[in-house]
Design a protein around this ligand. Sequence first.
Ligand SMILES: [Zn+2]
Length: 149
Amino acid sequence: MCATQGKKPGAAVAFIAERCPRCRKGPMFQYPKYRLDKLLEMHEHCNVCGLRFERETGFYYGAMYVSYAFTVALVVVEFIFLNAILGIKDANVWYAFILSSMLLMLPLFFRYSRVLYIRMAGRVSYDPRAEFHPEKAVADPYRKSQIPT
Ligand SMILES: [Zn+2]
């Protein structure tokens, strides 16, 4: 039984925990974040409500733009922090600090860009009834089982 079953999961908590955008309970990724070799392996469907995560072929190419925005935001914030707050004027220190933090954040940016992208572009909104009516997943137009073979 899921620990959050019966509770209404918050949007921020569901986002940080990389949960399904529709039921906010099913995990989107198969492995934890520290498994770098399996970083982007996602479940095909939500195991709670049945939502298909890969909305269409190549759907997550658009997540690259979200990841790029995350990276630019990180660089700008770090540059302001180093230059204006700490007063460091040595460009080599900037490069070392910013490049190392980018490498450290890269796995998180990959994952959270997908989590954010399916919420923005996937046309999926939170449905508190989805968990209790998994048959609604059959009405998902992207569900693979509905595609005639
Ligand atoms: Zn779900």
